[in-house]
Design a protein around this ligand. Structure first.
Ligand SMILES: [Zn+2]
Length: 306
C-alpha cells in the first residue's frame, strides 16, 4: 500500500513539473546582453529612443547543417513538386497597463493586416499563412521580455500553441526597443517552445513606429524562422547567406541607400531585400534562391509545417 502511495506521489510530481526547454547557450545569452542599439525609434508619446533592428542569433548544434552542400542538387533530389506550404499562425498579443494607459495593444484588424502582409510577400515563395488563433495577455513582465531570457521561456511555455505545426507570433513591447527576433530552425527541435517570432507591437501594419509600421518586421523575422540569413551575413566573404542571387553586402543598410555597393563582388547591395535592415518602405523582395532555401530549411528542420 505504502508503495502504491509512493508511486502515486512520484507520478503526481512528474505531471506537475513540466519538462523545461533547453536554455540558449551561454555565448548567445552574452551576445544578447551586449547587443548595442543601432536604430532610433520612438516611445509611445513620440520621444526619440534607441532601438535594436533585429536580435536574432545563430546558435544550435554545430552538426546541424546551415545549408545543403549543393542547393540545386538538393532541389533536384527532394523538390519534385512546386514547394507549397500553408502555415497556421497563432498570434499572442502581450500587453500591459500603467495608470490609465495600455501599452502593447494590437487590434484584430491589425492582426489580419499582418497576416495579409506575410501572404503578400511570401506568396511568390509558395508560402502562405492563415490565422489559427489569437490570445491576449495582460502581463508587464512578459510584455517587456528580452530574447533568450527565462521570462521569454516562461511566456512561451504558457502561450505557445503546438510549435511543430503552428507558427507562434508574439507581439510585445520588448526591453531595449528591440524590433523583433526569431530562432533559426536548426537551433532547436521542431517542437520546442522557443520557436516562433517576437515583434514590437508598434511594427504591425498601422502601428506607431515611424518607418517600421508596414508589417515588414514580421516578414523579416519570419524569414529567420524559415531559415534565411541577413543579406549582409559574412560581409564580403562567401558563403554569405548561402543565396547566390543576393549580392554581397559588407554591412547592413539602414537608410535605403540607392546604388550602395559595399563589396567588390558583382551586384549592388540588396537594399530592397526583406533580409536587409532598411525601413519598411524600402524592402519589397525575396530572391529565387531565398525561396529555395526556405524549401530546404522547412523540409529539413520544420517538416511539421508541411
Ligand atoms: Zn534579422
Amino acid at each position: 500500500m505504502r508503495c502504491r502511495i509512493l508511486l502515486a506521489a512520484v507520478l503526481a510530481l512528474l505531471v506537475a513539473v513540466p519538462v523545461l526547454a533547453e536554455e540558449p547557450p551561454k555565448e548567445a545569452r552574452a551576445a544578447w546582453q551586449n547587443m548595442q542599439p543601432d536604430i532610433m525609434i520612438q516611445d509611445e508619446i513620440g520621444n526619440p529612443i534607441t532601438g535594436i533592428r533585429c536580435a536574432t542569433l545563430d546558435f544550435g548544434p554545430t552538426e546541424n547543417p546551415r545549408a545543403p552542400e549543393d542547393l540545386d542538387a538538393w532541389l533536384q533530389e527532394n523538390a519534385l513538386e512546386k514547394f507549397s506550404v500553408n502555415i497556421p499562425v497563432s498570434v499572442h498579443v502581450i500587453y500591459y497597463t500603467s495608470g490609465s494607459r495600455t501599452y502593447g495593444s494590437v487590434t484584430d484588424a491589425q492582426i489580419a493586416a499582418q497576416i495579409a502582409q506575410l501572404n503578400a510577400e511570401y506568396g511568390p515563395c509558395g508560402v502562405s499563412f492563415y490565422l489559427h488563433s489569437t490570445t491576449r495577455t495582460n502581463n508587464k513582465t512578459w510584455a517587456t521580455m528580452r530574447p533568450g531570457t527565462s521570462t521569454e521561456l516562461t511566456a512561451k511555455t504558457a502561450l505557445a500553441v503546438d510549435p511543430t505545426n503552428v507558427y507562434n507570433l508574439y507581439t510585445a513591447a520588448p526591453g531595449g526597443g528591440i524590433l523583433g527576433w526569431s530562432y533559426f530552425p536548426w537551433s532547436y527541435a521542431e517542437s520546442s517552445v522557443w520557436h516562433g517570432t517576437v515583434i514590437h507591437y508598434g511594427s504591425v501594419p498601422g502601428g506607431y513606429l515611424t518607418s517600421y509600421n508596414e508589417g515588414d518586421t514580421a516578414v523579416h523575422e519570419c524569414g529567420h524562422y524559415l531559415g534565411l540569413y541577413h543579406t549582409f551575413q559574412g560581409g564580403c566573404t562567401e558563403p554569405n547567406d548561402y543565396c547566390a542571387d543576393t549580392p554581397q553586402e559588407a554591412t547592413p543598410d539602414y537608410y535605403c541607400t540607392e546604388g550602395r555597393d559595399t563589396c567588390t563582388a558583382p551586384g549592388l547591395d540588396p537594399i530592397h531585400n526583406f533580409m536587409d535592415y532598411t525601413p519598411d518602405y524600402c524592402m519589397y523582395e525575396f530572391t529565387t534562391d531565398q525561396c529555395e532555401r526556405i524549401d530546404w530549411a522547412v523540409t529539413t528542420y520544420k517538416p511539421g509545417l508541411l
